[in-house]
Design a protein around this ligand. Structure first.
Ligand code: M6R
Length: 367
């Protein structure tokens, strides 16, 4: 059932061209210029009139939520807050019937997310689910929702569910933006055409980086700490890259917005500290270049994820992983793939049980 792969996680990483495509299928109609999502369409007024959207989730799904905030605020101009379900639940949050709450959960069974949703529902908010497991508890309690069609995810470390969540959030942001007038037709058309080709971009990344990452991973088997940095849309992608590594390899890893480095974490940097930096051309590139210079000056080991043909960051980096250039909003989808592979191979070389990491369960059904 692992389809010839050594682990479910690797199989699921490689399934992403298909799972992202399946998540868009029937929804993204590029030729007609339409995004079809009944859950949004049937409740368009709720979304349009929302004071704000609150996204609640845990773990990887929370990282997807952070990217959702960038997407929805940029394209639909609706204020978004993203909360850890556990924190939201226990701090007597201000919720009104003018709020829309979106819960993101692969399993649809996460207890903290479920409890937060019940609270939001009691307070009259409209609640929307983005779940992978059909008919799960969260899918059933929500007023409406959109399933991610990633297929069953068996590896405890979430991979294809994450990129499918990003796909749904992108569709929602574009659809809301189109209907509330914040995303003009020409931009909408070019963005959806680019989104439609994202499965191909993922395929390219898998083909061109897989062997290379296997080699890079060998140099980090004994490493005890990692930093992951990114800006804008790729800041949450950095958090997610770090989470993948710590979950399955048990190496301590932290994600930071690259500009926050100078406010503390830069003190950690020396020749023993590897830093994964996500540095695509579109998205504060010049600022990232100066962050890389600061790291270089302190002899940090740089693993840079850059666009094809990149020069400035690549010249300073110790390892260069190339991904295709995309509009900034799609870059976390393509950039996440090499980071998943990197975490996977480091964990495999360390002899860890990647599909069933110690102390972790696939769905966390206790609060
Ligand atoms: O099923 P959910 O998406 O609600 O799960 C949330 C987290 O428990 C989950 O993403 C966890 O962080 C994963 N192990 C990450 O790989």
């Amino acid at each position: 059932e692992k389809g010839g792969y050594e682990h479910f996680m690797l199989k699921e990483i490689f399934e992403q061209p298909k799972s992202v495509h399946d998540t868009m299928r029937g929804r993204l109609l590029v030729d007609e210029g339409i995004i079809k999502m009944a859950g949004i369409w049937d409740h368009l007024e709720r979304f349009k009139n929302a004071n704000r959207i609150i996204i609640i989730a845990c773990g990887t799904s929370w990282h997807a939520g952070l990217i959702g905030e960038y997407l929805i605020e940029e394209y639909a101009r609706i204020p978004v807050e993203v909360e850890y379900a556990s924190e939201f639940r226990y701090r007597n949050p201000i919720i009104t019937d003018k709020d829309v709450v979106i819960a993101i959960s692969q399993s649809g069974e996460t207890a903290d997310t479920m409890a937060a949703l019940k609270l939001a529902k009691e307070k009259g908010a409209f609640i929307y689910g983005i779940c992978n497991v059909v008919d799960s508890s969260i899918a059933r309690i929500t007023d409406a929702g959109s399933y991610t069609h990633a297929g069953p995810e068996i590896g405890v470390a979430s991979t294809k569910a994450f990129t499918a969540q990003l796909t749904i959030l992108t569709l929602i942001a574009f659809k809301l933006g189109k209907h509330n007038g914040n995303l003009g037709n020409a931009d909408f058309m070019s963005l959806i055409a680019e989104l439609d080709a994202i499965p191909k971009r993922i395929e390219e990344v898998l083909n061109t980086t897989h062997e290379q990452i296997k080699e890079i991973a060998k140099d980090f088997v004994e490493t005890t700490n990692f930093l992951y940095l990114g800006r804008g849309y790729n800041y949450p992608a950095a958090l997610e890259g770090a989470l993948k590594l710590k979950e399955i390899s048990y190496i301590h890893a932290e994600g930071y917005p690259a500009a926050e480095m100078k406010h503390g974490p830069i003190a950690l940097i020396d020749e023993n500290m590897p830093i994964v930096i996500i540095a695509p051309k579109r998205g504060h590139y010049d600022k990232i270049v100066s962050n890389v210079q600061e790291i270089k000056a302190r002899k940090g080991k740089i693993i840079a994820v850059v666009n094809k043909g990149d020069r400035q960051v690549s010249e300073m980096a110790d390892y260069v992983i190339e991904i295709p250039e995309t509009s900034e909003c799609f870059s976390p989808i393509v950039a996440s793939v090499p980071l998943q592979l990197l975490a996977y191979y480091i964990a495999v070389y360390r002899g860890a049980n990647v599909d069933q990491p110690r102390n972790l369960a696939k769905s966390v059904t206790v609060e």
